[in-house]
Design a protein around this ligand. Structure first.
Ligand SMILES: Cc1cc2nc3c(=O)[nH]c(=O)nc-3n(C[C@H](O)[C@H](O)[C@H](O)COP(=O)(O)OP(=O)(O)OC[C@H]3O[C@@H](n4cnc5c(N)ncnc54)[C@H](O)[C@@H]3O)c2cc1C
Length: 383
């Protein structure tokens, strides 16, 4: 089958509620990234759940242990050509403690856990989970996630697609697993403006695009030109700002509607030249260190700011007299009241109880309910 570049811009632009239908259209399209499941993974299903690490892939490179980390050129080939789709080695692990992949340091064991370094590997894993009716969740740096004490009853996919390609003139194509703070520092150092705020955000590019992370009057969505995704059936698609396909709002992106259907594998940013960018980036970082508990275990701001005409969530929590309040190992930071800290040994249920307490107290005093910015990842569909 000839490789066909699919882009949403070829058809009608879906409203956010139509994303699932649009993804089904792409999947029928179809340009698959990764091996055909039936052809290459049949044996894998038999090893899942046996207690041994299941392994996907038939490539010699894998057997000889010559697996490399993704590079820009390699990742691009993976996305755009079917010729190189033969080797997609995947190793699953059992029982990985999710506290190890969460900035809060909270979370029990994942039933299955896998690290991916290329879009092909991502496609392979997604298709595996889909075919085995296995619940999955993709994690970047876990800096906006609260995992459950019981862990996760499906497959946690740790994204390490971490290439960086400088396209010149302030354009950067970046793997979704690349560290967002490193990107912010690098672009600013090279004299480009738009991602200075990112220097202090400890997530990945994929997590930043998904959350539309922002600070200091800047937002990720303002400078994203193009986002490459892979769907659960292994189809690769590209969404572009020019075609009107990327609409971001405060901490909201179109990818939140595609949560169970697609994963971001790369993004292209377009920045503006600015002689002051590095200075600004440093200033933002310095201010962050002064005003936020950056050396403690947190997930950044736990609550969204209520919006125009209202004080920030942090100010409301502080005025409700909650700074320093604690439940178990979870505590409200003295430095910034919208930061909830794992002071050591906090369980997920401590943190959830503290979040609930803050909401109740703020509602009691100000008559409004704060909304979560952090994401709680339940153990199973049932809880
Ligand atoms: C000290 C500290 C300071 C922070 N400051 C800020 C700030 O100033 N502004 C701000 O907005 N946030 C801030 N955060 C929160 C957090 O860093 C951001 O939301 C960040 O963008 C999350 O990235 P991540 O890779 O850690 O995502 P994760 O926490 O791993 O995931 C968050 C969500 O994104 C999804 N996701 C991740 N990668 C992908 C992908 N490749 N494709 C599809 N979905 C994906 C996950 O499934 C999950 O739903 C801060 C956090 C900390 C700990």
């Amino acid at each position: 089958m000839a490789a066909t570049a699919l882009s949403i811009s070829r058809g009608a632009i879906p409203s956010v509620n139509d994303w699932r239908d649009q993804i089904r259209v792409w999947d029928r399209g179809v340009r698959h990234v990764g091996l055909d499941f039936e052809r290459s993974w049949g044996a894998v299903g038999t090893t899942v759940g046996t207690g041994r690490s299941p392994r996907i892939g038939r490539g010699d490179r894998f057997r000889k242990g010559r697996v490399r980390r993704g590079t820009a050129a390699e990742a691009r080939t993976d996305c755009k050509s079917e010729a190189s789709l033969g080797d997609v080695p995947i190793n699953f692990r059992y029982g990985k403690m999710l506290r190890e992949v969460s900035s809060w340091g909270i979370g029990g064991p994942a039933k299955l856990f896998v690290e991916v370094t290329t879009p092909s590997e991502m496609a392979t894993v997604l298709r595996y989970c889909t075919s085995h009716d296995l619940r999955w969740f993709v994690v970047g740096k876990g800096s906006n996630c609260l995992f459950d004490d019981r862990g996760f009853d499906g497959c946690i996919i740790l994204n390490r697609i971490d290439f960086l390609e400088n396209l010149g003139m302030g354009r950067y194509r970046v793997g979704s697993g690349y560290a967002f703070n490193m990107l912010g520092v690098q672009c600013s150092r090279e004299g480009y403006s738009g991602l200075e705020f990112a220097g202090g955000i400890p997530g990945t590019v994929g997590g930043a695009v998904y959350m539309n992370a922002g600070a200091d009057g800047q937002e990720t969505g303002d400078v994203v030109q193009n986002v490459e995704i892979v769907t659960t059936r292994g189809v690769s698609c590209s969404l572009s700002r020019d075609a009107g396909e990327l609409k971001f709002e405060y901490r909201t992106s179109p990818f939140q509607k595609m949560r169970d259907s697609a994963v971001i594998v790369a993004a292209t940013f377009e920045l503006q030249p600015s002689p002051d960018s590095r200075q600004r980036q440093r200033m933002y970082l310095e201010r962050r260190k002064r005003t936020q508990p950056v050396s403690e275990r947190s997930a950044g701001c736990v609550f969204r700011n209520p919006g125009a005409g209202c004080q920030s969530a942090g100010a409301l929590i502080e005025q409700a007299g909650l700074k320093g309040a604690a439940i178990g190992g979870a505590r409200i930071s003295e430095k910034h009241a919208n930061f909830l800290i794992n002071g050591g040994g906090s369980k997920s249920h401590d943190m959830q109880a503290l979040i609930a307490l803050v909401k109740e107290q703020v509602h009691k005093k100000f008559g409004l309910w704060l909304e979560d910015e952090v994401l709680y990842i339940p153990y199973s569909h049932d809880n």
